[in-house]
Ligand binder design. Structure first.
Ligand SMILES: [Zn+2]
Length: 366
C-alpha cells in the first residue's frame, strides 16, 4: 500500500466541498445549546436538549423537530458573542470535513438582537474563520414563512438599510403548508430590485410541485431548496433540467425518512435519485448539520453508499455546487480548476473505488 493511500471515508472528508443549504442554528452543538441555557438561566436539562438532536432522540425517546430546535435556539442567543461563537464552531466543524465554502441561512425576524448587530457579529466571526482556517462563509437572511409577509418585507428593508458585502441574497424557510412562496412576493421583489440573489424552500414536506413552479416562474428565484415533488411533473423536470436550475437537495431530509422507514426502500425511492436520472442540476447539502446528525462528508457518503452514485457523479455535484454559488465568476473559475484537480488527485490515492450494487448504480451527468 502506498503511504499516501486513503480510505473512502478519508476521501469524503478531504475533497473540497461547498454547502449552499446550511441553517446556521442547525449547526449549534449540543454542548453549546446547554451552555447558552446555563448562561441565561434557562431551565434546560441535558435530556431536554438531546430531544432536539437526531443523534440522541432514540435514547431520550422524545423527538422534537428541526424547526422547534431553531425557534428555541433563537431565544437562547441573546448577545452578539453568541452568534460569533456559533459561526466559529460551524466553521471548525465544516473545515474538519473539507468544506471550503458555505452559504448559510439565518432568520432575522426571530432574533433577540437587531439585524445590523447580528450581521456585524457574524461578519467579524466570518473574518476570523477565514484567517484561522481559510474557510469562506457568506450569509443568506431567510424569511420565517410562519410569520407575516409584512415581517418579510421589514426584513428585506433592514437588509437594504444596512447593506453588507457578505450578505448575498434571501431565502425562505420554516413550515410551508399555509405559506407558499408567492405569499411573500413583495419581499422577494424588493430584494431583487436591490440586486440580491434569491432562493426558496419550495415543495418540502411532500407538498405539491406547483410551489417549485411558482418559485421559478413567478418569483424568479436563482435556486430552489428541496423541490423534490417536481418529479411528479415530468414536463417541468425536463424544462428545469434543460435550464440548469440548481436544486439544493438534502439526503437527511426528515420527510422521506418518515415516508420510507425501511432503509432499502428509502434508498431506492428517494426523489434525489429520480432528479439525478433526469439530469437535473442537484447539489447535495446538509440543511441542519448537528440537529440532523449529519456532516458534509456524510452527505456525500450517502450519495454513494445509499443512493448508488459513482465518484464521477460526485465530482459533477461538486462542480454544480461551485457553479450555483453566489461568489464572483473569477473565483468560481479558480475553484473549478483547483477543486477538480484536488478531487482527481485524492481519487488516484484511494485504496479502492466504492463497490455499488449494479441495480442501484447511477452515473450522473449533466
Ligand atoms: Zn433547509
Amino acid at each position: 500500500m502506498k503511504s499516501t493511500s486513503i480510505t473512502l471515508s478519508e476521501f469524503y472528508h478531504r475533497f473540497p466541498k461547498a454547502d449552499l443549504h446550511y441553517h446556521l442554528l442547525g449547526g449549534v452543538r449540543l454542548e453549546t445549546m446547554l451552555s447558552f441555557a446555563e448562561k441565561y438561566n434557562v431551565n434546560l436539562t441535558e435530556q431536554d436538549a438531546k430531544a432536539y438532536y437526531r443523534a440522541h432522540q432514540e435514547e431520550t425517546g422524545i423527538v422534537k423537530g428541526g424547526i422547534e430546535a431553531l425557534t428555541f435556539l433563537y431565544q437562547l442567543m441573546r448577545e452578539p458573542e453568541d452568534y460569533a461563537q456559533v459561526l466559529l464552531e460551524v466553521a471548525e466543524d465544516a473545515h474538519a470535513c473539507g468544506v471550503k465554502y458555505i452559504e448559510t441561512f439565518w432568520n432575522p425576524s426571530d432574533t433577540e438582537l437587531s439585524y445590523p448587530v447580528v450581521t456585524e457579529a457574524l461578519a467579524e466571526a466570518i473574518d476570523e474563520a477565514y484567517q484561522r482556517m481559510g474557510i469562506i462563509i457568506r450569509l443568506i437572511p431567510s424569511i420565517n414563512r410562519e410569520k407575516s409577509p409584512e415581517e418579510a418585507v421589514a426584513m428585506v428593508n433592514e437588509m437594504v438599510a444596512h447593506p453588507h458585502p457578505y450578505v448575498l441574497g434571501i431565502g425562505i424557510d420554516y413550515k410551508e403548508h399555509n405559506a407558499p412562496v408567492e405569499k411573500f412576493w413583495k419581499a422577494y421583489r424588493i430584494a431583487k430590485q436591490h440586486g440580491y440573489k434569491l432562493t426558496a424552500h419550495c415543495s418540502e414536506f411532500g407538498l405539491h410541485w406547483r410551489n417549485v413552479e411558482t418559485g421559478i416562474e413567478l418569483i424568479e428565484v436563482d435556486r430552489i431548496d428541496h423541490g423534490y415533488t417536481v418529479i411528479d411533473n415530468p414536463a417541468l423536470v425536463q424544462k428545469y433540467s434543460q435550464a440548469g436550475i440548481p436544486f439544493t437537495v438534502i439526503p437527511s431530509n426528515t420527510y422521506y425518512f418518515k415516508q420510507w422507514p425501511e432503509h432499502q426502500q428509502w434508498c431506492e425511492n428517494h426523489p434525489i435519485r429520480t432528479m439525478a436520472k433526469a439530469g437535473m442540476n442537484i447539489i447535495p447539502c446538509t440543511d441542519d448539520w448537528h440537529i440532523h446528525n449529519t456532516t458534509s462528508a456524510n452527505c456525500y457518503r450517502v450519495m454513494v453508499e445509499d443512493f448508488g452514485f459513482d465518484l464521477d457523479s460526485l465530482k459533477q455535484m461538486m462542480i454544480n455546487s461551485i457553479e450555483a454559488c453566489w461568489m464572483p465568476n473569477e473565483l468560481k473559475d479558480q475553484w473549478l480548476a483547483e477543486w477538480s484537480y484536488e478531487f482527481d488527485a485524492l481519487r488516484t490515492n484511494l485504496i479502492a473505488e466504492p463497490v455499488i450494487a449494479p441495480e442501484m448504480k447511477i452515473s450522473y451527468r449533466r
